[in-house]
Design a protein around this ligand. Structure first.
Ligand code: ZN
Length: 441
């Protein structure tokens, strides 16, 4: 499994000019290549392949001086990216590729960094980049042993910082590890419920508060944004104001990443089997009242981080359908029609006193074990009657696409009133407390 490490770069003024120049040339190349494809299709009715454009680029390099200033494979990689964009478009995975505007941010890639076009020098704290030079870099963690450098992507973030993203590949692949683990019984399984009031609630009764980084930075962002809108177009002060907005945003992004790294590391250290709800976040953010809180939560990032760490630690992470996880009793599987704001309730099936988040986390764990076809030896504290083998396949059939928000935002989030609740139900398609009982039951 490849490992990506991001190192901060501190280019000199000359180097920064060369880096920026490379980004500009790459942008022009992208736009020219895109126009070339479009024209060939519209005028001549022909489609254009990657190899064809590659041949054109080779000829172009003899006459275009700007292209000569860029490492050949970096330019080739632009065409490769364009080709991928078209392939995604033809598979209906993304929209038609667009022309690139000049912006503060961008990236370019050395696709074969092992061919000495990129050379990290850790003791001297510098990274050699072909056609750029020896750039000062902070190697804040060691380069992995028994692995070789695969690619290097140089990134400029919107706030003007430079990073190098180095991807390393193991010389001996770790593929067999996963299959050996999957057949074992987990010793410390855990289910995780993702929510908006508490960011996560686990099946052993722990909760982590939603950090609301974006919410907290909102005041300052508002101020900076207003400042930006009052600056004249194209002025230096506008550029400065834009950088300040961007750097505030990237601060929030770094805070969230750091927080999610800590939670995921903690989960992986303590548990060898972790079940998450499989949330369709794209559908959920269509509800504009919740979109900010949902983005601020960064659930997707948390799950992704946990998944890659699990691969290395030899643990398992599964995603389970989230439908109705808050309303089903983990103990007797009775369906409790409870209001969105209700935190604790008595189960109508077995009379147990259930905490909403805790119950949901246990349901997630139960479904996770059922998906993985495993039985747990020791699940949670409050789970004496827990029998995961009994979990019926019915649970896996519910797609619950429409009810995602309701299930995840296990509570009514901040400041949501009764009127909003109706709107919420409209958006999510959840039948609501007064509607007919759960379909398929
Ligand atoms: Zn019950």
């Amino acid at each position: 499994m490849p490992t990506a490490l991001h190192f901060r770069l501190y280019p000199s003024k000359k180097q920064e000019a060369r880096l920026s120049r490379t980004l500009t040339v790459c942008r022009h190349l992208w736009n020219d290549a895109l126009a070339h494809r479009r024209q060939r299709w519209q005028v001549e009715g022909k489609s254009t392949s990657y190899n064809y454009q590659q041949a054109v680029l080779t000829g172009e390099r003899h006459v275009n001086k700007e292209l000569l200033g860029v490492y050949s494979q970096v330019a080739q990689d632009v065409l490769h990216r364009l080709d991928l964009a078209f392939k995604a478009f033809f598979k209906h995975q993304s929209r038609y590729p667009r022309f690139k505007k000049p912006t503060q941010s961008g990236s370019f890639t050395y696709p074969q960094a092992y061919n000495r076009s990129v050379k990290p020098n850790v003791p001297k704290r510098r990274l050699y980049l072909s056609k750029i030079g020896n750039v000062t870099a902070i190697f804040h963690r060691p380069i992995p042993k028994d692995s070789r450098l695969k690619t290097c992507t140089v990134v400029r973030t919107p706030d003007g910082r430079w990073y190098a993203s180095l991807v390393f590949e193991e010389i001996v692949p770790l593929q067999n590890l996963g299959s050996a683990i999957s057949s074992q019984q987990p010793k410390t399984p855990i289910g995780v419920d993702l929510g908006l009031l508490s960011l996560i609630a686990t099946s052993n009764g722990q909760t982590v508060e939603h950090p609301r980084f974006l919410r907290k930075a909102e005041e300052r962002l508002k101020h900076l944004q207003r400042n930006l809108s009052h600056r004249n177009c194209g002025s230096k002060n506008r550029l400065k104001a834009r950088r300040r907005v961007a750097s505030q945003h990237s601060k929030v992004r770094r805070q969230r990443l750091d927080f999610n790294h800590k939670i995921s590391t903690n989960l992986i250290r303590k548990h060898d089997f972790i079940a998450f709800e499989d949330l369709r976040i794209k559908n959920m953010v269509k509800n504009h009242r919740l979109a900010m809180s949902i983005h601020d939560a960064g659930w997707g990032q948390l799950v992704r981080l946990t998944e890659y760490k699990a691969l290395k630690a030899g643990s398992r992470v599964v995603r389970v359908p989230a439908a109705y996880s808050t309303q089903e009793c983990y103990n007797c599987e009775a369906f409790n029609k409870i209001d969105l704001g209700v935190r604790e309730f008595l189960c109508i099936g077995c009379g147990r006193h259930l905490n909403r988040d805790h119950n949901a986390a246990n349901v997630v764990l139960k479904r996770g074990l059922a998906i993985a076809c495993l039985t747990a030896i020791n699940v949670g504290q409050d789970l004496s009657e827990f029998k995961p083998v009994e979990t019926r396949p019915m649970l896996l059939q519910t797609t619950g696409e429409a009810s995602q928000v309701e299930e995840t935002g296990t509570t009514r989030p901040h400041g949501l009133k009764a009127h909003d609740l109706e709107l919420w139900e409209d958006v999510t398609g959840w039948p609501g407390p007064s509607a007919s009982p759960r379909p398929g039951r």
